[in-house]
Write a protein that binds this ligand. Structure first.
Ligand code: GDP
Length: 323
């Protein structure tokens, strides 16, 4: 199988679409033997990606994410850039179904020779989905894709995951910003490097007002010493207005911020997260969930302080481990 993986790596590096799709399916598989093969493949591809840019996009359902990604993607692909669209969809983690990254929502991009669209992996935890998307990004980059657009829905936790795996994060909002801002969690605004008032064509005056309000909000949210001051733009995914300006800002950001340093930090953060999860699973396995449950109850009932409860569990874990 090792030769099979080496061949797959070669085909993928040559930019073969089928090899990329196969590699992603391998990385998404939860079967243990596939996991080993996927990790082997990733080591073979290490350092083989060109210079890429990873852009995360979010916004509430209906704001126009897929229309926007289609317009931006076609704009870039027409210029000869190779564009991959991926999605992190928490609802697919829960239900096993996915509406995001659905190819039927991006008809022109789907058939563009320079584009590759992959729906969110379904099933598993949000952490698991995020991890597979991260690996899919590495595979797309090795296959020669220059721009990665990662879509997520603006309702909660998945934004933090996507912001942690992309170079910059774009938040789409609507012209009726007053109402809109209340629907967006402040935490998501804080993640945004660029905010875009979409659907500016529907009400140009309201769009300008919303842009001004967003600017003020972003100024208040951004620390003075931040390496980048988030900007507010307006656009129409339907007419294409504002799309080139958005891309110019992305390039300005890439020139301004040290992306290598940012990715270096993100990789460390990812490693720590995986280690924390794995260590916790291992701890639960060795200690037993029932024992952990009893210690938690003892803390809840006041028989032990929280610190004592943890120390007790650790002491019994050390004993088991040293046997
Ligand atoms: P998503 O749920 O965020 O992915 O939103 P969609 O891309 O599916 O868009 C929701 C609806 O808004 C669709 O009917 C789009 O055609 C429409 N839409 C998206 N962008 C624009 C825009 O810039 N202007 C107008 N007028 N409609 C838009």
């Amino acid at each position: 199988m090792t030769t099979g993986i080496a061949e797959l790596a070669d085909a993928l590096l040559a930019g073969q679409r089928r090899a990329l799709a196969k590699a992603i399916t391998l990385a998404e598989s939860t079967r243990p033997e596939h996991e080993g093969q996927a990790q082997h493949l990733l080591t073979l591809l290490q350092g083989r990606a060109g210079k890429t840019i990873r852009v995360g996009l979010t916004g509430v359902p209906g704001v126009g994410k897929s229309t926007f990604i289609e317009a931006l993607g076609v704009h870039l692909a027409d210029q000869g850039q190779r564009v991959a669209v991926l999605a992190v969809d928490p609802s697919s983690a829960r239900t096993g179904g996915s509406i995001m990254g659905d190819k039927t929502r991006m008809p022109r991009l789907t058939v563009h020779p320079n584009a590759f669209i992959r729906p969110s992996p379904s099933g598993g935890t949000l952490g698991g989905v995020a991890r597979r998307t991260r690996e899919t990004m590495l595979l797309c980059e090795a296959a020669g894709y220059d721009v990665l657009l990662v879509e997520t829905v603006g309702v909660g936790q998945s934004e933090t995951h996507v912001a942690g795996m992309t170079d910059l994060f774009v938040l789409l909002t609507l012209p009726n910003a007053g109402d809109e801002l209340q629907g967006i969690k402040r935490g998501i605004m804080e993640l945004a490097d660029i905010c875009v008032v979409n659907k500016a064509d529907t009400n140009p005056q309201a769009a300008v007002r919303a842009q001004t309000e967003l600017r003020t909000a972003l100024t208040l949210l951004t620390p003075h010493d931040a390496p980048w001051r988030p900007v507010a733009l307006k656009a129409s995914a339907l007419t294409g207005e504002g799309i080139p300006e958005l891309w110019a800002k992305v390039q300005q950001y890439a020139a301004h911020v040290d992306l290598n340093a940012k990715r270096y930090q993100q990789t460390a953060g990812w490693f720590d997260e995986l280690l924390r999860e794995a260590a916790w699973r291992e701890f639960q396995r060795q200690t037993g969930t029932e024992v952990i449950h009893r210690a938690r109850q003892a803390v809840q009932s006041g028989d032990l302080t929280a610190v004592q409860g943890v120390e007790k569990l650790l002491a019994s874990h050390r004993e088991t481990a040293s046997v």
